[in-house]
Write a protein of this length. Structure first.
Length: 172
């Protein structure tokens, strides 16, 4: 059933209380995790996944390599991230994605990709590139969908089991 803008979202008080307590816990965990993560990386933002889970986005960037990491706020930070994108600055106009690690279909990849594009824009870098390798072949269609969703041009050679991605920001 589709609700109109005038219909109220009617929920039981227990349900509202449970949701509030869950959010309150995530906020507490976020504060604690940010203190720990900030010891090793720069906090670049917070965001919500497609399932409305709060995450902390951090980066380690030495001007040559940029690693974006996501940590969820449902668990205590123990020195490891839940998802990461590792990229290298190539020439003056390109960031090249070297590796993406973490679970699929959590929304972490989209969060990291949006932050990587923001970094590119902040640094006036118009291109983000990457490769699709044989090791990715068991999930190549998921990769094509992911990169296409993020406005990348995706070229795949199904015979050679390889491919290339390129994002061009016309605003940089």
């Amino acid at each position: 059933m589709i609700k109109s803008a005038f219909e109220e979202d009617v929920r039981e008080p227990e349900e509202i209380k449970e949701e509030f307590e869950k959010l309150e816990f995530q906020l507490f965990r976020m504060q604690e995790n940010m203190k720990e993560i900030a010891k090793d990386a720069e906090i670049v933002g917070i965001d919500q996944t497609k399932d409305d889970k709060w995450v902390i986005v951090s980066a380690v960037d030495d001007g040559n390599i940029c690693k974006l990491m996501v940590n969820d706020c449902e668990r205590a930070y123990r020195g490891t991230w839940d998802f990461s994108i590792l990229a290298q600055y190539k020439e003056e106009d390109t960031i090249h994605i070297g590796d993406i690690k973490g679970p699929a279909n959590q929304g972490y990849g989209s969060i990291c990709m949006n932050f990587l594009k923001e970094i590119a824009r902040d640094k006036n870098i118009p291109f983000i590139t990457g490769d699709i390798a044989k090791r990715d072949w068991d999930h190549v269609e998921r990769l094509v969908h992911f990169y296409s969703k993020h406005d990348f041009n995706v070229t795949v050679d199904y015979d050679e089991k390889s491919g290339e991605i390129e994002w061009n920001d016309g605003n940089a």
